[in-house]
Design a protein around this ligand. Structure first.
Ligand SMILES: [Zn+2]
Length: 359
């Protein structure tokens, strides 16, 4: 079953978005069971609503404790995923669904990482992929998408325009693999919660670089499911990190209103979280509120500094991933707390960002 994150309507049939108001849907499954077996995200197959068919051994990423810290701060290193970002968890589930249903083509709108992920899984699944990208995406990401054999379609405007084009294309029969527009994507991402639980129990808080809001939504959904099954008895505090000039979710949380696009140009070197109209924004804010969490913004200068701080820990992060570390100093912590920073993508995705002197 699927439930709308805005109007609460429930649907037994799969839809990309709510047929009533076009908002994001979340899968609601009453037949889950906690029986971890095997490796990677499919270790949690009894918690997932899709049969495994396409996998590149995603999931099972390292949890590294910061060494030069008196407190317990852990880095969840999602850059160690098959295509270098956390997206692979969701893509494995989404492209398994596309393959199980016999689709020959898939489309995705992307700021780079999702495009690379969908391109890789589609290549492996023998599904033709078209990737709609806005301007300003690092060349390394474009090269990666191209290497997997996907068709790149540059789109004028921003991410929202790329999404519109992908949806138009999907209306003529391609599978729509975009994050936020396919509830199965969140299902793959929620396995981060299951993995964290097995690696460390329930942390006190999780700091999440936030673009569409899907990752934060998914991690909290995973912990809630563990609680509903009686596996855990508490939930982590969820903290969203956004770039200072593109922070629709943090601003909406602060203002007690719905997310809306920033008034100005809105730019950041953290292109992976450069999303002005966040499709999973409502559910992310709901998770922040329900968990006693909140939102933090960081500047591009702080992000570049944070790439260096992570580098000293032996972890190379792309700018969006380093945003979690950049936020750490602004997050309330008590002695003995355990904090997880989501390091969402590899530094190899955007390797020269650390050399930027102009931010
Ligand atoms: Zn709805």
């Amino acid at each position: 079953m699927f439930r709308c994150t805005r109007c609460g309507s429930e649907f037994t049939e799969f839809h990309y978005t709510c047929p009533r108001d076009d908002s994001a849907l979340l899968a609601v499954d009453n037949h889950m069971s906690w029986r971890p077996e095997g490796a990677g995200i499919w270790r949690y197959r009894d918690m997932l609503p899709v049969e495994r068919s396409i996998s590149l051994s995603e999931g099972g990423t390292p949890l590294v404790r910061r060494r030069d810290s008196q407190e317990e701060v852990y880095l969840k290193v999602e850059g160690d995923s098959p295509t270098g970002s956390f997206k692979d968890r969701g893509t494995s589930v989404v492209i398994s669904d596309a393959s199980n249903r016999g689709y020959q083509s898939a489309v995705v709108a992307s700021t780079g990482n999702m495009g690379a992920s969908v391109a890789a899984y589609c290549a492996y699944a023998n599904i033709a992929a078209r990737v709609f990208i806005p301007p300003g995406i690092p060349e390394e990401k474009i090269a990666q998408i191209s290497a997997y054999g996907a068709e790149l379609v540059p789109v004028e405007g921003g991410f929202g325009d790329a999404v519109r084009r992908a949806r138009e294309e999907a209306a003529s029969g391609a599978y729509l693999a975009s994050t936020g527009l396919n509830p199965y994507f969140i299902e793959g991402l929620k396995t981060i919660a299951f993995e964290l639980f097995e690696q460390m129990g329930v942390p006190d808080r999780i700091v999440v670089p936030t673009g569409t809001g899907g990752l934060l939504t998914a991690i909290f959904k995973g912990f809630r499911e563990l609680r509903s099954l009686g596996v855990v008895d508490r939930l982590p505090q969820m903290i969203a990190v956004q770039a200072a000039d593109v922070a629709p979710i943090v601003e909406a949380w602060e203002g007690g209103r719905e997310p809306r696009a920033p008034a100005g140009g809105g730019h950041t070197i953290a292109t992976a979280i450069l999303v002005k109209v966040p499709f999973n924004g409502l559910s992310a804010i709901e998770a922040m509120n329900a968990s006693g969490g909140y939102g933090v913004t960081v500047t591009d200068h702080e992000i570049v500094q944070a790439i260096r701080v992570l580098g000293q820990e032996g972890v190379f992060a792309e700018p969006a991933a380093a945003a979690a570390m950049a936020a750490l100093g602004r997050i309330d912590r008590r002695p003995g707390d355990r904090t997880v920073l989501m390091i969402t993508g590899s530094g190899l995705k955007d390797p020269t960002a650390v050399l930027r002197r102009d931010v």
